[in-house]
Write a protein that binds this ligand. Structure first.
Ligand code: DAT
Ligand code: MG
Length: 139
């Protein structure tokens, strides 16, 4: 099974969209393998978003992601699941995201874009290991 890490970001939790977002993955046929509602701190977010630490938006991103709890999910399915989840999420900028995608249907702001999904199988393994270490290699 191919697995990926999804984060329903603080805006999604605050707006009551977690059920809607989980439903999209379930209706597609993907499995929810783990979940945890958790307040993320700037230290873990610095690791999670290490590729973005030098970007001008990094401070706003960490402030947003740590302002209230996020719902973390491990989502699994057949080979290609990492890409399927990215397709269901839509483009990073919700104003550019296609209708029918999570960001296209519910977002208007690039920082508050509702969901995170791992961008490759290797990043998914790294992110799942970081956020759900108790699941071990067998996740
Ligand atoms: P994605 O979340 O689609 O993988 P990313 O990894 O390029 O996108 O960026 C991580 C997050 O950072 C993204 O979900 C929202 C924020 N972000 C990206 N580009 C931004 C920008 N130009 N201005 C403000 N926030 C941005
Ligand atoms: Mg990314």
């Amino acid at each position: 099974m191919e697995k990926t890490l999804v984060i329903c970001k603080p805006d999604a939790v605050e707006r009551g969209l977690v059920g809607e977002i989980i439903g999209r993955f379930e209706h597609k046929g993907l499995a929810i393998l783990a979940s945890d509602l958790r307040l993320l701190d700037s230290e873990v977010l610095g690791h999670h978003y290490s590729e973005h630490t030098e970007k001008p938006f990094f401070g706003d991103l960490v402030a947003f992601m740590s302002r209230s709890p996020a719902m973390l999910l491990v989502v699994g399915g057949p080979e290609g699941t990492v890409g399927v989840v990215r397709t269901l999420m839509g483009a990073t900028d919700p104003t550019q995201a296609a209708p029918g995608t999570i960001r296209g249907d519910f977002g208007l702001a690039v920082t508050e874009n509702l969901v995170h999904g791992s961008d490759a199988v290797e990043s998914a393994l790294r992110e799942i290991g970081m956020f759900f270490p108790e699941l071990g290699a067998g996740v």
